[in-house]
Ligand binder design. Sequence first.
Ligand code: MGD
Ligand code: MGD
Ligand code: MO
Length: 740
Amino acid sequence: MRRHGAPVEDLRATLRMNHAGEGFDCPGCAWPDDPDGLHLDVCENGLKHAAWEMTHKRVDRAFFAAHTVGELSGWSDHALEDQGRLTEPMVYDRETDRYVPISWDDAFALTGDILRGLDSPDRAAFYTSGRLGNEASFLYQLLAREFGTNNMPDCSNMCHEASGRALTAAIGSAKGTVDLRDWQHADTIFVLGVNAASNAPRMLTSLAQAYRRGAQIVHVNPLVEAAAGRTIVPHELRTMATLKATPTGTFDLQPRIAGDMALMRGMAKALLETAETDPSAVDHVFLERFTAGFEEYRELCRATEWTDIEQGSGLAVSQIRRAAEMYRAGAHTIVAWCLGVTQQEHAVDTIREIVNLLLLRGNIGREGAGPCPIRGHSNVQGNRTCGINHRPDDAFLDRLADACGIEPPREAGLDTVRTIQAMHDGEVRVFVGMGGNFALATPDTPYTAEALRRCELTVQVSTKLNRSHLVHGRHALILPCLGRTEKDHQATGVQSVSVEDSMSMVHLSRGMKQPASPHLRSEPAIVAGIALATLPDSPTPWREYAEDYDLIRDTMARALDGFDDFNQRVRLPHGFRLRQPARERVFLTPSGRAEFSHAPLPPLDATPGRLVLGTMRSHDQWNTTIYSENDRYRGIEGLRTLVFMNPADMAERGLADRDLVDITSFAKDGTQRNLRNYTAVAYDIPPGCAAGYMPEMNVLCPAGDYSEQSDQPLMKHLNVEIAPAAADLAAPDGTATASG
Ligand SMILES: Nc1nc2c(c(=O)[nH]1)N[C@H]1C(S)=C(S)[C@@H](COP(=O)(O)OP(=O)(O)OC[C@H]3O[C@@H](n4cnc5c(=O)[nH]c(N)nc54)[C@H](O)[C@@H]3O)O[C@H]1N2
Ligand SMILES: Nc1nc2c(c(=O)[nH]1)N[C@H]1C(S)=C(S)[C@@H](COP(=O)(O)OP(=O)(O)OC[C@H]3O[C@@H](n4cnc5c(=O)[nH]c(N)nc54)[C@H](O)[C@@H]3O)O[C@H]1N2
Ligand SMILES: [Mo]
């Protein structure tokens, strides 16, 4: 913590994170609180993340006066954020190429003027990053819809969009069905495509407990990540102090990238073969009462050849059978997944195949069992619940219209990828970013930068300086907001916000630190300020909402499904659980049953000489925020411009460990993108697969290459060629070598 300049007294604030009704929700990830309060719910990465916000460094007007945007553009992303917290609203001044101070009123007026001057509300896009609390999310979508657009791109479009779509189709609701108590009862756990030790460290507690009670824990990942072996479980202070590692896995499967669907199919096939002699292998009563499409699925499994399953998964039949046998032997199975599964072309089919497998043994809607997407941002699930959605359904809009007295637009809006394209084409002229770092987090970095630069206005509501402030429109505003750790004083007193974790628990979060600057405003207050300047005839009491968040919650109780008595229930010690009908075996699908899917396995892409490359996070970063160049569990120090490769693939290309390489990606439309002078690192990864770090590798992700099923960019599935670095192009280091 000291490393980031936050003194030790701030630890007190941090240690109150996530404690029943008091303190702030950990901004680190969306893993739930421990409902029994037995564990101190903090982890190294959560502390790091909170400390990063609590830094004592400041980016004030003197800083901006001293540096032009041109100069700052040459700084590293780490250096930008490391300058500390933003302190007052700033506006871009073309004459001097600097950000200069502007009053809040003038900033809102500028935004309102330009928004009102657009020839259509659809010329604006309102982006959300998943940190935003529920109340601000609700106000933000209300602002967009009152203004007249559903253009609400969000980080979910790059994250768990596929999970929402697959679960809605399969079980009639977009969320997972399990909670932490289910994790305490599961005896068989499959963990697909998540690096838990770095990205959901509090999950390790559940895995360690499961191990101790004898559960099977199967990690499915092309890389053998830290959680697959023994790890130091973050809140077990005793084991932390003695650095004693606890096992958190019992079996590893290393499929090839995008091999998960074939693995799930293979397990189902093996299980159904067993069921021919042992009927108890599948849950016939459940299948009959609660599902649709089982017979056809059984036929499909029978017709899928083992050779296709082996090729598709990159795994041997014997391994798949062993996993299937573990699944059969268990009474309570959870399947959890994250980006390794979602950021793929066939992600929706894959997640539906996960559900197919769970349905076979009735592993849904009972204790210790069910599908469990591991969400990313701490409130990304809450954002969606509260209406941040470019494809709202009619039931939601009808209720919103009633509760708020507005006429919301009905046509679907633009998602993240389409917003980039629309800005590029001049169709979208105003970009408002509610948190996040759009310029870096999105695919195709130079293309996206050009798209943002073509805007008439870019508005970034942020806590820290980042790339998205430097890649801006003709007019540009930086609006600094309170962080989640900070006290939110409004006219009626100190306010709390609410958030929803990965398992549908909604609870309050209240900051305790003094704000980083007296000029900061809360996110609800900033949305209200923009709304007042943009919608002069609005029926919404924006000012009153900003002064008293209970009033927002009263309206949310009327507008949102499951939020009755919101103000009362959110004040219960652990908040409340949003109803998830599928958990009760109520399936809101067209058939009223859980639906089997019947998709063919994805075709194998086999262009000779090509590799499939997945982008991912290091241990020491938080999305676009890079803390250091180390990746502890993967044994990397001081290096981010690397590509992990299988030794045989390296040998084939005449590469030795740590040789410099050039990486070329091939888009569906035939265009190419390059990164030069990356370091090849020999690694235990299946042949044909490679991996490296986001956000740097977004340079290689074509904006046009998104999944036809989920519209998510294919961030875990780039088609690349990797060759020894061309000597004539060799730059002194591998950092600034993107071209495309
Ligand atoms: N400390 C920290 N915590 C975070 C974040 C952070 O950046 N830092 N980010 C947050 C966010 S927004 C999110 S969405 C989550 C992300 O959490 P993760 O999903 O863990 O994110 P990634 O680092 O992208 O890692 C993806 C994992 O998928 C594996 N993988 C790649 N391709 C495949 C495949 O085809 N199949 C399978 N089975 N696995 C594959 C990779 O080897 C890697 O282990 O974490 C959240 N928590
Ligand atoms: N290649 C590749 N690209 C990816 C991914 C990948 O795996 N590979 N993962 C994708 C995923 S899963 C996600 S979720 C996106 C993330 O995309 P984003 O959510 O857009 O990016 P972040 O890096 O999380 O945003 C960090 C910034 O948020 C601001 N911030 C921090 N706290 C607050 C706050 O409390 N309020 C406000 N208003 N601002 C705050 C700070 O200014 C900080 O610089 O990236 C996606 N991009
Ligand atoms: Mo995410």
